[in-house]
Design a protein around this ligand. Sequence first.
Ligand code: NDP
Length: 444
Amino acid sequence: MKLLNDVMEQVIRRNPGEPEFHQAAREVLDSLEPVAERNTHWLEAGIFERFVEPERQIMFRVAWVDDTGKVRVNRGYRIQFNSAIGPYKGGIRLHPSVNISILKFLGFEQILKNSLTGLPIGGAKGGSDFDPKGKSDGEVMRFCQSFMNELYRHIGPDIDVPAGDIGTGAREIGYMFGQYKKIRNEYTGVLTGKGLTWGGSLVRTEATGYGLCYFMDEALKDSGKSFKGSTVVISGSGNVAIYATQKAAELGAKVVALSDSNGFIHDRDGIKLDTVKKIKEVERKRISEYVKYHPEAVYTENCGKIWDIKCDIALPCATQNELDETSAETLASNGCFAVGEGANMPSTPGAIDVFLKNGMIFGPAKAANAGGVATSALEMSQNSMRYSWTFDEVDAKLKNIMKNIYKASSSAASEYGFDKNLAAGANIAGFVKVANAMYSHGIV
Ligand code: NDP
């Protein structure tokens, strides 16, 4: 009989129809069993039950007018999951697939990820089912302003500091920040991912992709391997994928594939990142355009097939559950020895089993992609000080944070009998700090 079975059953009962949240909670609770055994006072204080229940869930109407004059209505959310170690912090996702289950899974994971950074930030996530794709700048602005007309009352630099995520880049953060400033009449670091001339931190744009490579570099070194001379496949072609590509190449790897939700490009000579940046960051077009500039590359419709490409290291950087058990088997049989998650929960539980069974290095999202939120927290510090660090200063801090996350995850894994299972180690290292704080704060 597992000690945390009742907690999991309660998650399922209380949150019906939320499969992504159940998946995330199950994965974490499974690895917390030995922690519960050693800390029965946490069981008695209901720490585990409280940990899986968000402190606050906000859901609201977002009405805006499109370019034809038609009124559109979307739904906005903010899940303020846990504030035991600092103000809530987590991104805003704008994507048609957004629902309460996805945001709860993301907010839940964010608690542990933020804790792992070693910085004082709690866990949250928000977003809307609005799709910025294909919308004009004016439409995106009107949506963001309407979204902030409600959100502003729930956030603040010492309360909750949202950031970007899928569909929320510098443009969207700009419109949201502008509206917050207008309503509140104050200039504070209430959002991160801001433009560099108005409070943003250097390295924030690159941070998640760079951090992923710094984390994997530590893990690879520990197993006598390296990015140098390795072939790498990366899914997605958004913020995380682009800067993971850049850093992996700087560390001596050859990145041969990128994707979007339609298909993937395979360039055996190595992806030319300038072309990708032009297509995705400037023109906001599809990744298929790449072959027009580089006819030697091949475009394949069906993004899931990207994992059929033979590689040494796979970095899923697109979205949740994009890498399933079958793809994991293919990676393993093609000799892939490491998988690092840039996206949140991109590997299904079946895929993770395959990685571990085959002795592959597996960098779980909450540890491997924590560089983004860590740099966001550095942006908060700079905003509070009204001061900016240089690119090299922030980059050095990021590298150090990622090294420490690797160390904390691998030592927690050994201490609690999970051997080289970094996923379990990251869950435990992140949880212990939050649980200690919750216990100290009493039953609230
Ligand atoms: P972006 O919106 O910049 O990019 C997402 C990319 O993934 C796009 O290229 C998108 O293609 C692609 N994509 C979406 N669904 C699929 C799919 N099913 N198969 C293949 N490609 C797909 O988002 P980010 O790069 O910011 O985020 C990516 C992931 O990383 C998310 O899981 C996010 O939560 C996570 N993350 C991001 C952080 C950050 O700092 N940005 C921090 C930590 C985690 P298309 O244009 O077709 O939709």
